[in-house]
Design a binder for this molecule. Structure first.
Ligand code: GLC
Length: 465
């Protein structure tokens, strides 16, 4: 019984299902694929084959940073826990909110992340192998983490810290070669007119802020909208509004990518790519996607001072491989602490991931899925495939438990050298057999394997004689 490597990680039920049946079933249950929710003219968008999207398709691994006034509180308001922590002003989905004045005075008045260092953050991100950074310029609390003329409710004018965090990060990203991207919440709990019938005043306010963000911080390659649904639900399914917003942003920077969270949310094909959250299953194969994930096993994007449930390097590296093998990106979130640092647990994760990407990056960056790879799915073997024009990469995350070789069927002939991408693991023993133009590659488990994923490079051409 065989199974396509790309779908392997999503398989939880019976292994007897064929790949076709599996994909069909998934398409039927995934609202994102419902054609009734799609608008033909609008779906023409998308960065899958678009030159604007080249950097994004190659980057594969990004960093998300949720940093704002909420970081000051670490998930607790006067001793009361709030989930998700970054929404503490609304006390989680706005069940009961902290009055704006009080939030501004008490929290803003104390916001002083003295250890914030753009240089340290960006260095950590870079060493982990993350190629781009998305940072919250304004979350749902409406607080601007940048200097703006639109409101004094911003980090420079309303906190003792008084430094433009977005400026420092954008400068540092430029210096270190990390692509700098902006998160911007459309929903805003504090702006004037935000609840008005047509949002006229709010729309102007938002456009003015976006103009500042898109013109004062260098060339912005990607804008990450969020939270179309909070403004009393009025923007939900408001297609003209969404189109206006996309058009406005593109009128300032036509080459910028924009995610899908504007207008109709997850059940839409708006924007350049899909952004499934905290799950690998919803990745839409018909469209470019970016899985965004918290570093803890819950839905907190802002820092929680009591968090202990950090994900493991193995989970995160497997997620990165999984997304890449399906043709998408993986983005790992961090909520920096009140003092302005990445939590030590997150730093440890980045270091472990960086060690793996540092050695195995050739199998991730700039690769595409390799659907011609099918493996004999037996005895607990777990593997994925990616490729470039020159090489095929087999990522083995779990070897057969009974010591039998891992068997990979490759729908190609005339393959070349097979070697481990990490030379410190030594040599790998393989044999191959050709049947009906399919190469059956049998890989014996090397004596030393990578604890997260052992990667084999298979040359697509035989070596020159
Ligand atoms: C969720 C959270 C929101 C967060 C976002 C990041 O939608 O509710 O607070 O910013 O995820 O993707």
């Amino acid at each position: 019984m065989t199974m396509n490597l790309r779908s392997f990680a999503t398989q939880t039920a019976s292994f007897a299902a064929t790949l076709t049946a599996l994909l069909t079933a998934q398409a039927q249950t995934n609202a994102w694929d419902d054609p009734a929710l799609q608008d033909a003219a609008w779906t023409a968008r998308g960065c899958t084959n678009d030159a604007r999207g080249q950097w994004f398709r190659d980057a594969k691994f990004g960093a998300f940073i949720h940093f704002g006034l909420y970081s000051e509180l670490g998930g607790y308001w006067h001793g009361q826990a709030c989930d998700p922590a970054e929404q503490i002003m609304g006390l989680g989905e706005r069940r009961q909110s902290i009055p704006w004045k009080q939030y501004q005075q008490e929290v803003g008045g104390a916001f002083n992340p003295a250890n914030f260092s753009a240089q340290k953050w960006v260095s950590l991100i870079k060493a982990a192998g993350q190629k781009y950074l998305i940072v919250t310029t304004k979350h749902h609390d409406g607080f601007a983490m940048f200097k703006t003329a639109t409101t004094s409710y911003n980090v420079v004018d309303s906190t003792p810290f008084a430094r433009d965090i977005i400026r420092e990060l954008s400068d540092e990203c430029k210096k270190q070669g990390i692509v700098f991207c902006l998160y911007y919440s459309i929903g805003d709990w504090c702006a004037a007119d935000v609840m008005g019938p047509q949002f006229t005043g709010y729309e102007d306010y938002m456009h003015a802020q976006l103009r500042e963000l898109l013109t004062h911080y260098g060339d912005i390659k990607m804008l990450w909208f969020d939270n179309y649904w909070y403004v009393n639900d009025q923007w939900k399914n408001d297609l003209p509004h969404a189109k206006r917003l996309y058009a406005f942003a593109h009128s300032i920077n036509p080459n910028m990518l924009i995610n899908d969270r504007c207008g109709r949310g997850a059940a839409s094909t708006d924007g350049d790519y899909a952004t499934p959250e905290n799950q690998l299953q919803g990745s839409r194969r018909t469209r470019y996607f970016e899985v965004v994930m918290t570093d803890t096993g819950d839905d907190n994007w802002g820092w929680v001072k009591t968090a202990r449930n950090y994900r493991t390097p193995a989970q995160l590296i497997h997620n990165l491989i999984d997304c890449t093998s399906k043709g998408g990106n993986f983005v790992l979130n961090v909520g920096p602490t009140a003092s302005g640092e990445f939590p030590p647990q997150h730093v440890a994760l980045l270091q472990a991931i960086g060690k793996w990407t540092g050695t195995n990056g050739a199998a991730i960056y700039g690769t595409v899925p390799a659907p011609e790879c099918v493996m004999e799915f037996a005895n607990g073997l777990q593997a994925y495939a990616t490729k470039t024009s020159a090489d095929l990469y087999i990522h083995v995350t779990q070897w057969p438990s009974d010591g039998t070789p891992a068997v990979v069927q490759i729908g190609r002939t005339g393959l070349g050298k097979v070697e481990l991408l990490d030379p410190t693991l030594g040599k790998v023993e393989c044999s191959s057999e050709l049947k009906n133009s399919v190469t059956f590659l049998k890989i014996t488990k090397p004596e030393i394997v990578d604890p997260y994923a052992t990667v084999l490079r298979v040359a697509l051409q035989p070596a020159a004689p």
